[in-house]
Design a protein around this ligand. Sequence first.
Ligand SMILES: Cc1cc2nc3c(=O)[nH]c(=O)nc-3n(C[C@H](O)[C@H](O)[C@H](O)COP(=O)(O)OP(=O)(O)OC[C@H]3O[C@@H](n4cnc5c(N)ncnc54)[C@H](O)[C@@H]3O)c2cc1C
Length: 415
Amino acid sequence: MEQAAVAIVGGGASGLAAAIAAARLGAGPVAVLEKQDRVGKKLLATGNGRCNLENRDSDAACHYHTADGSTLRRMLEQIPSAQVLRFFEKGGLLWSEGAEGRVYPSGNQAAIVLDTLRLEALGRGVQELCGFAVESIRPAKGGWLLEGGGKALLARRVVLACGGMAAPKLGGGEDGYRLARQLGHTVTKLYPCLAALRCRADGLAALKGVRAVCGVRLLARGKELASETGEVQFTEYGLSGIPAMQLSSRLPAGGCEAEVDVFPALDRSRLTAMLHQRRKSGLYPTLESLLTGLLHKKLAVYLLKAANIGPLGLPPSRLRPADIDALAGLLKGWRLPVTGTAGGWDGAQVTGGGVPLAEVEPDSFASRCAKGVYLTGELLDAVGDCGGFNLHWAFGSGIAAGRAAAQSLTKPGRV
Ligand SMILES: Cc1cc2nc3c(=O)[nH]c(=O)nc-3n(C[C@H](O)[C@H](O)[C@H](O)COP(=O)(O)OP(=O)(O)OC[C@H]3O[C@@H](n4cnc5c(N)ncnc54)[C@H](O)[C@@H]3O)c2cc1C
């Protein structure tokens, strides 16, 4: 039977970081068990193929969502952004910082990140066991017995780095939660995050493909839950783009609405005055032409129809001042009922919920249920905003767990 000092279940972002961190400390053979035919498949798809691998503001808990904010803050203190970047520098990766603290590989290619990780892992003797889908983890003499698909491996320490439910085509699934439960852990309610918002509104198909910088507020019974500004992508089912994806992590259990402001840089009184002035100017022959130069044409036509203030061929001079006020109100606060996220797990980048943070040690990510086991990444109940926060969490927790697992073997008494 195969044996390892440290076995990593899952060759994704956190698993590869854990393997390298453990191998750097030289505590004995390290093996990565990966159910797919190769490691790091999801990593290749991150950041639209560029891999937004870190964010310089990752230490701030406000960028994450979890049921246990105080434990999360303690964990983030253990894995500062600078530490993750040093980890990559030591492995030979050049990185550069873009807008809003987003960090990318200088070569602007996710494949470079994966190549760098794999090169170091293999160079340090880490064994990649692909096609090994772990189905059970049981205590055995001197450690843990990992089995699946007729294969078995005995390991003294195990890092559970199976990821979450999101993006099943890239390795997402429920295995990690099942294995964690086998070990005595619990799992909170899971929900898709960083996904487009599905909205109920007539004729949205007309807006498919339109992009516009908008403000979006999420409202539940009129109360603001969260807001984002950025480029919204309109689709036939609702709203996509970074603002919508960010808000998808905040959907309440009951219903809610997205309030879209298509002129986030103009306050309502200025916009209203501008529209009144256009109405009177005589330069705009029809209602349809009233927003010319201000908005994407398809969005303008859609909203003029939705405002229901008159036929598109109507001369603006025939509108009442109250009609212009109503139009300005719609342009600054177009409300769409949100019915959920789009595309289920396929459409989500990450999983909300997971193994409660209180069930692992905040410094080492060691399981409090199973001695010698560590849990990392998306499997845990913490989900970050867009911008490199999720990979920070994955890499940071992987480094901490891999290091602690190896140290527990070299420093007697520490598990
Ligand atoms: C399209 C897309 C783009 C993204 N872009 C970004 C981005 O730019 N920046 C960012 O911060 N985040 C991004 N994310 C999120 C980020 O990729 C994840 O948060 C991160 O990969 C989670 O790391 P992980 O190690 O926990 O899980 P994963 O990276 O998902 O790795 C888990 C691995 O475990 C394997 N596995 C599962 N079960 C078993 C089993 N039973 N036995 C063996 N192996 C198993 C899986 O096949 C997989 O390889 C993106 C996600 C997606 C889907």
